[in-house]
Design a protein around this ligand. Sequence first.
Ligand SMILES: *[C@@H]1O[C@H](CO)[C@@H](O)[C@H](O)[C@H]1NC(C)=O
Ligand SMILES: *[C@@H]1O[C@H](CO)[C@@H](O)[C@H](O)[C@H]1NC(C)=O
Ligand SMILES: *[C@@H]1O[C@H](CO)[C@@H](O)[C@H](O)[C@H]1NC(C)=O
Ligand SMILES: *[C@@H]1O[C@H](CO)[C@@H](O)[C@H](O)[C@H]1NC(C)=O
Ligand SMILES: *[C@@H]1O[C@H](CO)[C@@H](O)[C@H](O)[C@H]1NC(C)=O
Ligand SMILES: *[C@@H]1O[C@H](CO)[C@@H](O)[C@H](O)[C@H]1NC(C)=O
Ligand SMILES: *[C@@H]1O[C@H](CO)[C@@H](O)[C@H](O)[C@H]1NC(C)=O
Length: 887
Amino acid sequence: MASFYDGVKLSTVTCVLSGLVALGSAGPTAASANAQVAAAAAAQAWVPDGYYVPPYYPAPYGGWVEDWQESYTKAKALVGSMTLAEKTNITAGTGIYMGSAFRVSFPQLCLNDSPAGVRHADNVTAFPDGITVGATFDKALMYKRGVAIGKENRGKGVNVWLGPTVGPIGRKPKGGRNWEGFGADPVLQAVGARETIKGVQEQGVIATIKHFIGNEQEMYRMYNPFQYAYSSNIDDRTLHEVYAWPFAEGIRAGVGAVMMAYNAVNGTACSQHPYLMNALLKDEMGFQGFIMTDWLAHMSGVASAIAGLDMDMPGDVQIPFFGGSYWMYELTRSALNGSVPMDRINDAATRIAAAWYKMGQDKGFPATNFDTNSRAAFNPLYPAALPLSPFGITNEFVPVQDDHDVIARQISQEAITLLKNDGVILPLSPSQHLKVFGTDAQKNPDGINSCTDRNCNKGTLGQGWGSGTVDYPYLDDPISAITAEADNVTFYNTDKFPSVGEVSDSDVAIVFINSDAGENTYTVEGNHGDRDKSGLYAWHDGDKLVQDAASKFSNIIVVIHTVGPLILEKWIDLPSVKAVLVAHLPGQEAGKSLTNVLFGHASPCGHLPYSITKEEDDFPESVTTLIDSEFLNQPQDTYTEGLYIDYRWLNKNKTKPRYAFGHGLSYTNFTFKAASIKQVAKMSAYPPARPGKGSTPDFAQSIPSASEAIAPSGFDKIPRYIYSWLSQGDANRAISDGKTGKYPYPDGYTTTQKPGARAGGGEGGNPALWDVAYSLTVTVQNTGDEYAGKASVQAYLQFPGGIDYDTPIIQLRDFEKTKELKPGETTTVTLILTRKDVSVWDVVAQDWKVPAVDGGYKVWIGDASDSLSIVCHTDTLECETGVVGPV
Ligand SMILES: *[C@@H]1O[C@H](CO)[C@@H](O)[C@H](O)[C@H]1NC(C)=O
Ligand SMILES: *[C@@H]1O[C@H](CO)[C@@H](O)[C@H](O)[C@H]1NC(C)=O
Ligand SMILES: *[C@@H]1O[C@H](CO)[C@@H](O)[C@H](O)[C@H]1NC(C)=O
Ligand SMILES: *[C@@H]1O[C@H](CO)[C@@H](O)[C@H](O)[C@H]1NC(C)=O
Ligand SMILES: *[C@@H]1O[C@H](CO)[C@@H](O)[C@H](O)[C@H]1NC(C)=O
Ligand SMILES: *[C@@H]1O[C@H](CO)[C@@H](O)[C@H](O)[C@H]1NC(C)=O
Ligand SMILES: *[C@@H]1O[C@H](CO)[C@@H](O)[C@H](O)[C@H]1NC(C)=O
């Protein structure tokens, strides 16, 4: 979502403003909306053979899952009391920059970014980014960060939090927004999303899992009047086993909202994609909440409604600010002329109201008390209507940070990943003479928030850039923390190696380097969101800084703040490069979290949430290449590597990375022993038949009378706001159009509800997919004698040989972090494998299939994908220790 589009508040059912509504000519006509659909069809011609969008209609009703039924009953009653114009009013924003907050029975909802906290707000915490919490491999920390983020959003009156991000998944190492999510693996992303959603929604805030789907690069992600967004062409099995996996887990956790991606999939824009929304989200994954567009991603009226979209944000057409919309008054028109059936509109409005009831927002939810457009107290109430807007207090400066710095610091610290520690140079002693190099060690001298949405790379890199950011309340930077702790520190605030005079053998140089990325809204130092200019090398000539320092000092520690993998080959083997720490993106807590590790108050315990290869080309071209625009034609991003992203590809290709997915050292040593596996439930090849759909409210309704579409007399329209009313003339015309005209529905269109997909049956899919098939335990001992530490236990599954499916050699399926273990101390951890974990997606049966019931699956356990010293067998139910891993 782009910078100036947020903070938009959704319209209310009633309003105390009064006046007149002028409608009809503003915005696209029916003809132009149809032209968009025709153009989308033309785009299909550029999609490679074999990729297509299966028709899937109608949009499944919500409300059939037991857990949601009470909320649906209330929502149905509320929506039943609304006029047509009120229903269409709550399914869209009233436009960019809008900010009124009048409330009657259903409030104006506040939807706000960012996946790392509350965007564009005062007195909030800048939490570590998703990639950082992913690097902790710690479910409890993921959950606690969610709780804190939920509390802060609630405190500020944010009804709908626009996170977590699990798409992009991190298929392309140079992709711009990978850092918002948890790492380049479907299970790591799924667990990160699940724990975050639980934490946030337990505070009564609706979470939004995004972006569905295939948004794996930033450049050319958006349609505009001159250019098509790229099409991600993804085969069915890859979609299920990799990209949709985290979304299914988020839906199973009860997420209230899903945001569609800007790009197309198989040639059709996600915001009007019937297969993605109707078939996958609402039918197979049993999604009960509402589906929204990304900001300005809406491209059609009737087509998007029947494809299953429930909310158009922020309401405008793609060229905003003129009061035009594909929905609002157009959706009202589509209802009166019969092109969008009333059951679809009732279902969409009810889904939105049901999510609101489900989170308990009908009782005591704080009113929105901040303004994303300004930090002054007193501001225009209708910013887009300037100079006509009345003013009022929109910022109340409600402090919501509480003690969330504690959890933020703990996550930043426990994410720090020690890649290398030759000669045990770390931890340092405060009496050592330290020379610190690199501008990344210090705060941005222009001010920590001087660049909007962090759209510059100056000073300590605590966050990427774009809509995934939070304004810093403060920034605890590394150099302040180092200086506070060590006796003799010299800081060279430069990225060009300076003259340093005499150097003694005992001097230690700490070199800070970084690599940034973000949203395509901004270009930073030539990088268009994705790391297209810098590639996978440090910014500001950081690799040279390390090389130069290494030629002068014999003890170098490199600290890296980064959005994702870097190529380290220019210096990683230099004899003086003794230690390397990846501190990821620590948010506001970049200082003490680092010195706690540097000076040994805690052992590092982060692990890489992606692989670091020796060369960029160790990955296939389909993931190393950022696709370019093809003038007029639609750029095609075809997922030819299939299931094989990140370590899955490297293992298949027998390519050793420099540092493998999951790698991370400690100051102490752990031994894994006494592993056991037991079968919890016997699996059949396919899951038991899905439960039938529960009952849904009856959403059917005949076309309402024109009077339900007309504004109350004397209503004053605020300029550039979008309204759902029609004029009397337009309403009458719509009704007569419906009698004479016919909407050109797509092939396969029907209005008869289907019984439901075979693989469905509950939120996330058939509930039997989460039945536990096997459980494993392993004992972990701290076998060092000096330092306490936490161990990461990772379980990777290997499918049996001789099955009819090509599967990656190993795939992460579960993980746990131990408590802090003192020297000699032991603990036991439990890991589980569900039915889904031991299944593949059967594209013919359209169901999850256990390809070898009771077959010889191997479960590899260790502390990295290339450090797996235990194997457990599902056929013999025995485990062996001290083995050599499979890759
Ligand atoms: C739609 O919401 C806007 C903004 O709150 C409000 O002014 C208007 O009256 C609402 N329209 C209807 C039909 O309730
Ligand atoms: C994309 O096309 C493939 C056929 O290659 C099809 O199996 C898959 O379901 C399509 N996906 C979507 C989301 O339309
Ligand atoms: C935080 O809130 C206080 C009032 O409680 C206000 O004075 C201060 O300006 C706010 N801080 C920021 C950074 O806006
Ligand atoms: C009904 O209105 C919508 C929105 O303007 C338009 O796209 C559609 O073509 C209309 N249908 C008929 C039958 O005129
Ligand atoms: C600090 O370290 C430098 C060597 O790096 C040394 O020359 C200097 O005397 C030290 N200063 C103090 C106060 O110990
Ligand atoms: C690895 O991939 C490259 C292409 O990227 C290919 O040329 C090579 O044969 C592959 N090696 C193996 C062992 O699969
Ligand atoms: C502990 O691990 C280090 C590597 O981190 C290794 O060099 C050392 O030999 C190990 N010590 C023991 C006792 O296993």
